[in-house]
Design a protein around this ligand. Structure first.
Ligand code: C2E
Ligand code: CA
Ligand code: CA
Length: 614
């Protein structure tokens, strides 16, 4: 073994080199063959000796790729740290009994062995370039020894070059992600690991880079990153190693520092990057995002990098320049991702998604005029996932239109069934603003209705005012078309969105649903009373029916009735229920819930009392 490096250190360094992962290099196979030819031996190999066994990076004439350490002469050469030549094993008292001479492991009995160490620039011995023969080579002299050593040096250089190619980013010549992971792994095993801070700097958003490449060309974008990375290198303490871990992200180990010192360091970097920098005549003010984590916060290098990327993404979303990784924020992101991934599966099957129905009462007659269909997702492992959690996530992706299509499909089928049984009830379906903004939404809906034979006059669409902020004209056109087919429209969560209510006068809606945040506490909150009475008066004057949602007590129901509110919905009347329970509720409902309407029929009877205002 070499005099400077202990065996455990040698093995650790060897592990870090990840020679196993080195990509196929035909040069090594050629070298092994060349060695056979040059020395007139039938067997030659580039042999690596690690802690467990000896294995060949390349071999010629050798059957097995690996051998046990104690049946390997290369192990002896590595321990020796220098050239080992045994011209005739049988004649050598040290090697006469060596297993390799007996012919084990699928090898013929070896008589001749010569191995020259493969040594890196730093003096680390990896293994040998070795020769073997089944006959002795007594004439293996100084010339042959020099030649073998010189070939071994060439092989070593090649191995290191290959290793470096795999670990260096060719564009910036900085150590790359693989190298980062290896180094972090080593640090994590070290004694002072826990408090060390690792920082990821994303020099610009991926969109920024993408736009730049589109406008100015990929070369410009590449060069820009090289230059920006160089600036970062200047901005951090020079002796710190900067790694390129992705196209736009660079990482370094800051060392252990207190929170205040970290804040100061981040502020300094943020100030540095806030100054626009000029590249080929164009001033750039790309926003950097810097995420940090302490080494001990997560286990494993890959997990650390994932956490760093997650926190940096989050910072970017929040418009913050820097911040530390926090498990809670990360878990929320992971859950969001998990839910989205699972929602695709739920939509593909037919056993996880269902609609629950919550009744709505006419406050004049006490009759049930309809139900709001509310989506329920029962995930086999995660349990009940509330719509308030997964709908907003789905709205950020294309999944929302699948969700809406499924909800409409279920609601329309239910409407057909109820109509067939003579229940004159409407079904209100929640449709996200994103859907209403789709050009084909109305056609899709009308087609779906025609296919299942649903009566458009029994269907109501609930959507929030936010749909107006996307394409107001398209939105209005959609609503007009739906209305022309008899579909009713309700503005949901009324009072929470737009501050400008002027839109109400030319929006083709028939109903507004006052948000439950104003309704629940009506009995005790004087301000809510002012808001609700005003909303009711205004909506009625505009010819819109008013529905109050979130009615949780009889007092609130009474107040609303007194103020002339048209309809109500809420836990006091009934919670959202599976379809069987909703039918059961409908059978038992008498209208007695509403004061003064006790004698009224439980079910609204045709003709539809509401078409007058529709
Ligand atoms: P939303 O449209 O405002 O629906 C009313 C929500 O209030 C429902 O919550 C309902 O269960 C709840 N609620 C009803 N009465 C009361 C009450 O008296 N007190 C209280 N505290 N809450 C009451 P849910 O079912 O959890 O739905 C939440 C939101 O998820 C809905 O708010 C709606 O925005 C969305 N959502 C539900 N189903 C669908 C769907 O099929 N498609 C879309 N796009 N969104 C849906
Ligand atoms: Ca709703
Ligand atoms: Ca609502």
């Amino acid at each position: 073994m070499s005099d400077t490096v202990s065996e455990p250190m040698r093995l650790e360094a060897l592990r870090q080199m990840r020679l196993h992962e080195m990509r196929e290099d035909q040069t090594f196979a050629h070298f092994a063959q060349l060695a056979c030819d040059a020395f007139a031996v039938p067997m030659a190999g580039i042999s690596i000796v690690d802690g467990h066994h000896q294995w060949f990076l390349a071999r010629a004439g050798i059957a097995r790729r690996a051998a046990a350490l104690d049946s390997s002469l290369c192990t002896n050469a590595v321990r020796l740290g220098g050239l080992l030549v045994v011209p005739d094993l049988q004649a050598d008292p040290c090697y006469r009994a060596h297993p390799v001479g007996r012919g084990a492991d699928g090898m013929p009995g070896v008589r001749f062995y010569a191995g020259a160490p493969l040594r890196t620039r730093s003096g680390l011995v990896l293994g040998t370039l070795c020769l073997m023969d089944t006959v002795p080579h007594p004439a293996f002299g100084p010339h042959e020894r020099r030649l073998l050593e010189s070939m071994a040096r060439t092989v070593s250089v090649r191995i290191e070059a290959n290793r470096d190619t795999g670990l260096v980013d060719p564009m910036t010549l900085m150590p790359n992600r693989t190298r980062f992971l290896v180094d972090i792994d080593t640090l994590q095993r070290g004694p002072a690991a826990v408090a060390q801070v690792v920082v990821l700097v994303e020099l610009c958003s991926r969109e920024y880079l993408h736009d730049m490449a589109k406008a100015l060309g990929q070369d410009y974008a590449d060069q820009y990153l090289v230059r920006a990375a160089d600036r970062l290198r200047q901005a951090i303490t020079p002796q710190r190693v900067l790694y390129r871990v992705s196209t736009t992200a660079f990482a370094f180990v800051h060392g252990s520092d207190g929170d205040e010192a970290m804040d100061a360091a981040f502020q300094r970097l943020a100030d540095f990057f806030a100054v626009p920098f000029d590249f080929h005549g164009i001033p750039h003010t790309a926003r950097v995002a810097m995420g940090a984590i302490r080494l001990g916060q997560v286990a494993g290098a890959a997990e650390l990098l994932r956490a760093l990327v997650a926190v940096t993404d989050q910072l970017r979303l929040q418009g913050r320049a820097w911040g530390f990784y926090e498990r809670s924020g990360d878990e929320a992101q992971q859950r969001a991702f998990q839910l989205l991934a699972a929602l695709g599966g739920a939509l593909a099957g037919d056993d996880q998604l269902a609609l629950h129905y919550q009744p709505r009462l006419d406050l004049r007659t006490g009759a049930c005029v309809g139900f709001e269909a509310l989506l329920r997702w029962n995930h086999p492992l995660l349990g009940m996932v509330p719509p308030a959690e997964f709908i907003p996530l789905a709205e950020k992706t294309a999944l929302i239109s699948q969700v809406t299509r499924r909800v409409l499909q279920m609601a329309l089928a239910q409407s057909v069934r109820w109509n067939a049984r003579g229940h004159a009830v409407d079904i209100a379906v929640n449709v996200s603003a994103v859907d209403l903004d789709q050009p084909e939404f109305v056609d899709d809906l009308l087609r779906q209705m025609a296919r299942c034979g649903a009566d458009p006059r029994r269907i109501e669409i609930e959507c929030t005012e936010s749909a107006l902020s996307l394409h107001p004209e398209r939105f209005r056109a959609h609503l007009r078309r739906l209305r022309a087919h008899g579909v009713r429209l309700a503005i949901d969560d009324f009072g929470t969105g737009y501050s400008n209510l002027a839109y109400l006068k030319d929006i083709p809606a028939q109903l507004v649903k006052i948000d439950r945040s104003f309704v629940s506490a009506l009995a005790t909150d004087a301000r809510d009373r002012i808001i609700v009475t005003t909303l009711i008066r205004m909506a009625r004057e505009l010819g819109l029916r008013v529905v109050a949602e979130g009615v949780e007590t009889p007092e609130v129901l009474e107040l609303l009735t007194g103020w002339g509110c048209d309809e109500a919905q809420g836990y006091w009347i009934a919670r959202p229920m599976p379809v069987e329970a909703a039918e059961e509720w409908l059978r038992n409902h008498t209208g007695r819930l509403v004061a003064g309407a006790a004698e009224a029929p439980g079910l609204r009877s045709a003709p539809d009392v509401r078409t007058a205002t529709g």
